[in-house]
Write a protein that binds this ligand. Structure first.
Ligand code: NAX
Length: 336
């Protein structure tokens, strides 16, 4: 059997981690023959809750899990890790301004960036889930200069999975029959779920473009987009808690694809450092369609983007630039 790899999950006492840890431990992310040492980071007041999570992992009797390291110390949490799920973040509290939220998170992701820089393997793959995920990933990478910027990504896979499920339901087909729906931009309500490049296998020979199969451009550019953009709020309103099971599944999908690559002809969406492709602002973490090979992503080039799409990309790009300006101002004003 292979040597165990060290994998850290932050926010490990929270609700997303509660679903995610089982998926990692059961081999769904890194493979069924990859032993694991799980590092679980949370804040000091959550240590007793974390103890319960550790007991449950033991009680799952997962053969791949060789050791569990619960801690409140980033130096321990990030030591020699090869994969990092940064789930823990400061949640938005009632009456909190975006500025305050950004400021609290800049501090968290600075500390974690520095700890990754100092203690993690240089090849570590870092997935940021905690919101505002794109800008948190940017800040984390800024404070980890010895780790390639390529190795940081932010999660928009939940949005992609939501978009895919909406189209499959509309066409009355299975989710795996829908491919290449793209999420552009920020993981926020300005994101652009785009079906222009997507295909659907509707059981009549080769897959057809989703626009042809749905035959309702107004829906694809209207209700479909807003449903995906507002899905998180809809789940909160129904469940009184934010998406957790689906968020954990998406985090597992994202890291799995980083590890094992994408299928031929398939693109997946993730927030990665922008090189200005498709007119997106450079040097923000922007969700693009990517292909992955040998654990490296590449932005898929040359995909069609109409005027409607370009307009949507401009809106979400502008929001990311504003977030970056505010986050960097926090770094400066606090001498971080
Ligand atoms: P919970 O509040 O259930 O758990 C968060 C955990 O993080 C808590 O246990 C908390 O103590 C811990 N934490 C806070 N600061 C920490 C720090 N500095 N170091 C380590 N741990 C720390 O939230 P949960 O529902 O699990 O959501 C976690 C994050 O995911 C939130 O920021 C949320 O907004 C974000 N989401 C991101 C999504 C995405 O698609 N990118 C979708 C789902 C989710 O909304």
């Amino acid at each position: 059997m292979a040597e165990p790899i060290r994998v850290v999950v932050t926010g490990a006492a929270g609700q997303i981690a509660y679903s995610l840890l089982y998926q990692i431990g059961s081999g769904e992310v890194f493979g069924k023959d990859q032993p694991l040492i799980l590092h679980l980071l949370d804040i000091p007041p959550m240590m007793s809750v974390l103890e319960g999570v550790v007991m449950e992992i033991a009680d799952c009797a997962l053969p791949l899990v060789k050791e569990v390291v619960p801690t409140a110390d980033p130096a321990v949490a990030f030591k020699d890790v090869e994969a990092a799920f940064l789930v823990g973040a400061m949640p938005r509290k009632e009456g909190m301004e975006r500025k305050d939220l950004l400021s609290a998170n800049v501090r968290i992701f600075k500390v974690q960036g520095e700890a990754l820089d100092k203690y993690a393997k240089k090849s570590v793959k870092v997935l940021v889930v905690g919101n505002p995920a794109n800008t948190n990933a940017l800040i984390c990478s800024k404070y980890a200069p010895s780790i390639p910027r390529q190795n940081f990504s932010a999660m928009t896979r939940l949005d992609q999975n939501r978009a895919k499920a909406q189209i499959a339901a509309r066409l009355g087909i299975g989710v795996s029959a829908v491919r290449n729906v793209i999420i552009w931009g920020n993981h926020s309500s300005t994101q652009f779920p785009d079906a222009r490049n997507a295909t659907a296998d509707i059981g009549k020979g080769a897959p057809v473009p989703v626009y042809e199969a749905v035959k309702d451009d107004a829906w694809l550019q209207g209700d479909f987009v807003t449903t995906v953009q507002k899905r998180g709020a809809a789940v909160i309103s129904a469940r009184k808690m934010s998406s957790a099971m689906s968020a954990a599944k998406a985090a597992a999908d994202h890291m799995h694809d980083l590890w094992f690559g994408t299928a031929p002809g398939e693109v997946v969406s993730m927030g990665v450092i922008s090189d200005g492709s498709y007119g997106a602002p450079p040097d923000v973490v922007f969700s693009f369609p990517v292909t992955i090979k040998n654990k490296q992503w590449e932005i898929a080039q040359g995909l069609p983007l109409d005027d409607f799409g370009k307009e949507k990309l401009a809106i979400t790009g502008k929001e990311l630039l504003e977030e970056r300006t505010e986050a960097l101002a926090v770094c400066e004003s606090c001498n971080l």
